[in-house]
Design a protein around this ligand. Structure first.
Ligand code: SAH
Length: 343
């Protein structure tokens, strides 16, 4: 059996096999991987792409990730923190527009204790019946993840960023570690969250080897969601002069993740749409099936600046859904506002 057939049969591949799938464009052309990925996706989810409302609710962060524009050491970053009331209001407004998943994302901001988050999650679940709440607040204690889950949180996004620990150490200060990140991911799975991992593509010092490690880790963890986007430098970070990640490689990795994890919910990310005008559609055509338009109130939106040029209008703007729906329909995709749980 060939490598692709073995992958389709659910087998774990070796790092060497992953390296060839990632790098050997001649034997495995991206166009072919894309077609296979699309047919796998279509057989499970059809041509529906799921729409999630993204609320970027705080730009304060205690971490200092070298790539990220809202890192602690960036004294020029504009900081804001929405109130629990305005987060709830934003979700309720989104619910009236039809959103059935709310993704609350932010920096690791210590203001957001469990005592504040638990009633907020409960209120959102109560005011928006049937909607899913997805959290993306970084690393917390097992106990905290448990309390937030008990309050009703359904899903949690925590990208592992890279599954190569030496590489992880070159992207983050020594206060953070790949082991810590992985422990959080396993805890989230154990607690019954639909769990999202993922990595930037083309981050500084990444290589075919680090991507192979990512694929092996994703096969092991088997997350319900996998977020990937090209690395895009931010001018006020140590990586300001580093090269942007490749769109083509990002698309290829989306296809490989789809083949490895057929049921995964894979977003065509804002970073992908920022790096390429046609990013969402290209992402779908590579095997993605989720989009997360921004429903953060306009005055905060531009302050959540993770990388330069981050798109906040057009298809990224959740207040103008008709734009999204039309452009997706033209490309043969039906935007779905359903909860869109993992099948
Ligand atoms: N604090 C949360 C949310 C982080 S922001 C957490 O730790 O999970 C969400 C994602 O944006 C990050 O996981 C990272 O992969 C991505 N990101 C950050 N800076 C980026 C950059 N310069 N280019 C591309 N993606 C970036």
């Amino acid at each position: 059996m060939g490598v692709i057939e073995r992958l389709a049969a659910g087998e774990r591949l070796s790092l060497g096999e992953w390296r060839s799938l990632i790098a050997d464009e001649e034997t495995y052309p991206s166009s072919r991987l894309g077609e296979l990925a699309v047919s796998v996706r279509d057989s499970i989810y059809g041509r529906r792409v799921f729409i999630r409302g993204l609320v970027e609710f705080t730009s304060y962060c205690r971490n200092d990730c070298y790539y990220c524009g809202i890192r602690r050491s960036n004294g020029k970053a504009a900081r804001y923190r929405m109130t629990p009331e305005s987060i709830l209001e934003t979700c309720v407004r989104g619910y009236a527009c039809g959103f059935r998943t709310f993704v609350l994302q932010g920096g690791e901001d210590l203001f957001w204790s469990d005592d504040i988050l638990v009633p907020l999650i409960r209120n959102i679940k109560e005011s928006c019946p049937g909607a899913a709440v997805t959290l993306s607040l970084g690393e917390r204690s097992d106990e905290s993840y448990g309390r937030l889950r008990d309050a009703g949180a359904d899903r949690y996004l925590l990208r592992h960023e890279t599954a190569d620990s030496a590489h992880y150490g070159r992207l983050h200060p020594s206060s953070m570690s790949l082991d810590g990140r992985k422990r959080c991911l396993w805890t989230l799975k154990r607690l019954g969250y639909q769990t999202g991992a993922g990595m930037m593509i083309g981050s500084p010092y990444s290589s075919v080897d680090t991507l192979a490690a990512d694929m092996a880790f994703l096969q092991e963890l088997s997350p319900e969601m996998v977020g990937m986007g090209p690395f895009i430098p931010h001018h006020d970070t140590p990586f300001r002069n580093e090269k942007r990640g490749s769109v083509a490689l990002t698309l290829r990795m989306i296809s490989l993740v789809r083949l490895a994890l057929p049921h995964a919910l894979i977003p065509a990310t804002t970073a992908l749409a920022t790096a390429s005008d046609d990013g969402h559609i290209q992402g779908f055509n590579a095997g993605a099936n989720v989009v997360m338009p921004n429903i953060t109130p306009q005055q905060e939106r531009e302050k959540y600046s993770l990388y330069d040029g981050k798109k906040i209008s057009g298809e990224e703007d959740g207040s103008d859904l008709s734009v999204i729906f039309d452009s997706f329909r033209k490309a043969g995709y039906e935007a779905s506002m359903e909860r869109g749980d993992y099948l």
